[in-house]
Design a protein around this ligand. Structure first.
Ligand code: TQI
Ligand code: ZN
Ligand code: ZN
Length: 170
């Protein structure tokens, strides 16, 4: 079953914006992975996610960082913590820049990446957006919010449990 954060925090507006850390200079291909991840949640709740270029004034800010990046939750190099996102209305979504991120679809399709324990970016994005929206972890094994990810595996489809959790909030 899904869980919520203490006090059940949620966004009070429906039109949310997101922006990417300009210093990362991400390609459109990488940015589109996040857009697809937002769209999966927007399909089941009356929320919209609009990309803006104003990083400091967006509801949700997305960035890749290595090690200590100033929020008291340093990243740890390869594996271990992959990413973190905070509950509403914080909106910070940070990813560990030292992971071997795989941009969509090609998990395991490349021996070099597979050997280096590739992590599917979209799978992690869908999970972290769940946290950004107010979902904690779920006990349902095939849910997006179940707290385990298999290296090289792709899990991007919301389960009934994820839909019930986010629809309870919104
Ligand atoms: N990061 C943890 C996570 O997002 C951070 C975390 C631990 C957390 N406990 C929490 C966040 C409680 C909110 C509430 O779960 S992680 C997974 C999964 C991570 C883990 O890097 O360990 C995914 C990131 F679910 F597979 F374990 C993405 Cl998909
Ligand atoms: Zn951080
Ligand atoms: Zn989590």
């Amino acid at each position: 079953r899904y869980s919520l954060f203490p006090g059940e925090p949620r966004w009070r507006r429906r039109d949310l914006t997101y922006a990417f850390e300009p210093r990362n200079a991400l390609t459109e291909e990488v940015k589109s992975v996040f857009s697809r991840a937002f769209a999966r949640w927007a399909e089941v709740v009356p929320l919209t996610f609009t990309r803006v270029e104003t990083f400091l004034n967006s509801d949700i800010s997305i960035g890749f960082y290595s090690g200590d990046h100033g929020d008291g939750e340093p990243f740890d190099g390869q594996m271990g913590t992959l990413a973190h996102a905070f509950s509403p209305p914080n909106g910070h979504f940070h990813l560990d820049g030292d992971e071997n991120w795989v941009v969509s679809g090609d998990v395991g399709g490349n021996n070099f990446l597979s050997e280096r324990a590739a992590i599917d970016l979209e799978s992690v994005a869908v999970h972290e957006i769940g946290h950004l929206l107010g979902l904690g972890h779920s006990s349902v094994q095939d849910s997006i919010m179940y707290p385990t990810i298999t290296t090289g595996r792709r899990k991007v489809d919301l389960a009934t449990d994820d839909v019930e959790g986010v629809q309870y909030l919104y």
